[in-house]
Design a protein. Structure first.
Length: 305
């Protein structure tokens, strides 16, 4: 693991030294890891708790600093006897082209082409069901990697894209309710609602970033992504290779149920960028000390390219 950390740092140093031609403003790994830690400082992001509300306010404030428009997509969901009040956060970064100068909520924006989507989930699991000790399984997880890592990348992407306008419009979405239930019908609540109710510019393609903060990061090609959005997989892995990253490996990964499946069903070719080989998944040990700023940096740079 130590050797791999040295390699990741070397790759990052090379990218910074050469200077990314596609974006004059560099992705700042320290900003991204600060976003990760801040979310964990609030506490587990379980709907209905003070930590949840504080985190939502923080995320909205940060997105609003950089995005042209931020929408709160509020909705309700029931899991057993519990009624959940949930919120997706949707941020829009307009391209430098004057063609997208119209307001997001108008017909001209909805028909605009050349948009991409990057998304993550910001909630945390209310039960640590993978804990070895059964008495600890009823506690909510901290969710440093499982939730906060992808969210940290999205927040830093918003800043970079604001300062260096992209050639295409970018929709940044933070899904709520991804990890609240025990069955697939009780999970991915935010992406399910988004796929059904979203009326803004339709992205040509999308990328979900989830569990991307592991200090020993290795991202294979996820199964549903390969099957339903192979062109997007190739686009992302080619970008990683052009940056010299060895984190995105050309290996068939597992078939992972995640938010990208609901977007695929809605006609958006979306892939999952995820390292599911994480021993602290759904445990109380999913804390910031298990995460690496260098890992967030590599994923962020690939997203930008």
């Amino acid at each position: 693991m130590f050797a791999k950390k040295i390699l990741l740092s070397a790759i990052f140093s090379l990218v910074v030294a050469v200077g990314p031609a596609y974006c004059a403003t560099a992705f700042d790994k320290e900003r991204a890891i600060t976003h990760l830690r801040k979310q964990c400082e609030f506490g587990p992001r379980v709907p209905g708790t003070p930590a949840y509300e504080q985190t939502k306010d923080y995320l909205k404030k940060e997105l609003s600093r950089w995005a042209d428009e931020v929408q709160e997509q509020k909705f309700q969901a029931r899991i057993g006897e519990k009624q959940l009040e949930l919120t997706n956060l949707i941020a829009f970064i307009k391209p430098k082209s004057d063609k997208a100068a119209c307001p997001i909520q108008t017909e001209c924006a909805a028909e605009a082409k050349n948009w991409a989507l990057v998304c993550a989930h910001w909630d945390t699991r209310p039960i640590a069901d993978m804990e070895f000790d059964p008495d600890r399984r009823t506690q909510p997880i901290p969710g440093a990697n499982d939730g906060a890592s992808g969210t940290g990348v999205v927040l830093e992407l918003a800043r970079v894209l604001h300062e260096q306008r992209p050639s295409r419009g970018v929709i940044l979405v933070l899904f709520d309710g991804e990890d609240q239930g025990k069955t697939s019908s009780q999970m991915f609540l935010g992406s399910r609602h988004f796929a059904k109710e979203y009326r803004g510019p339709k992205p040509e393609w999308g990328v979900l970033v989830d569990m991307v903060g592991d200090e020993d990061l290795e991202i294979p090609m996820e199964g549903y992504s390969r099957k339903h959005a192979p062109a997007v997989v190739e686009r992302v892995w080619q970008a990683a290779e052009e940056l010299g990253s060895q984190v995105f490996v050309r290996r068939r990964g597992a078939w992972i149920m995640d938010d990208h499946l609901l977007l695929q069903k809605a006609g958006i070719p979306c892939i999952a960028v995820i390292d599911f080989n994480y021993p602290y998944w759904h445990t109380l040990a999913d804390t910031p000390d298990k995460c690496s700023a260098d890992s967030l940096q590599i994923v962020g740079e690939v997203m930008l390219k």
